[in-house]
Design a protein around this ligand. Sequence first.
Ligand SMILES: N[C@@H](CCC[C@H](N)C(=O)O)C(=O)O
Length: 269
Amino acid sequence: MSYPFLKGHGTENDFVVLPDPDGSLHGYVDGEMPAERVRALCDRRAGLGGDGVLRAVRRDGGWFMDYCNADGSVSEMCGNGIRVFARYLHDHQGETFPMRIQTRDGVKVLDRSAHGDGRDLTADMGAPEVLGDTKVSVGDRTWPAQHVSMGNPHAVAFVDDLADAGHLLEPPGHDASVYPDGVNVEFVVRRGEHHVAMRVHERGSGETRSCGTGACAVAVAASLADGAPRGTSYRVDVPGGTLHAEWTEDDRVLLTGPAVLVAEGTTDL
Ligand SMILES: N[C@@H](CCC[C@H](N)C(=O)O)C(=O)O
């Protein structure tokens, strides 16, 4: 059976969007997408290719973003994905900004931003949770890290050089008692005042070109390290572009960046 898809990305964190308004197309209205189907869609040689899948389901008078990583695992939240999802709802479903989107981490509000080329979107990602010190490792190197939750788990490690993390072909070592469900690991360097650059190894997707929730976690960790006042915007450079993240006085993180749809079609994967 063939069904529609779109392909999009936010700072080159790329996704397959699956329109499934009444939740019937894939036959799992309340369940999770079968992992093997997600893996087939995200396969970069035999499939459409992507870091994850965003299934768009109508729910309770609005839209629910059913997000899965490339390996078929489910995550609570995706900061780049939700901007792409909002772009899809605006361009293809007639939804208008500001827009409320349901996720496994609650309702997020998306709006247009004045940043960038005028097409950037801002996601109100809600309150971060700063959960203390931990460690991450690659090979025989270990770094102290900050445990930050953006609905999904992150370990933020400041390093001297982004190359120090090596090829990141395997998940970085981490404390399994702190992260029983795995973790997204950000390696960060300073580039200037309120300006950092990061690489990320994502739980369920490997090293990606960007991670929106990761950029938020990095901005929170950098704000704390700098003693920066709330409302300070951090520029976060990622291999796939630039994001901006601001931890507001009322304890929300605002994530701003591009959201682009590049293709649409049908697939029988
Ligand atoms: N790329 C996403 C994060 C996707 C989920 C993550 N891999 C997890 O398992 O928590 C983003 O932009 O936030």
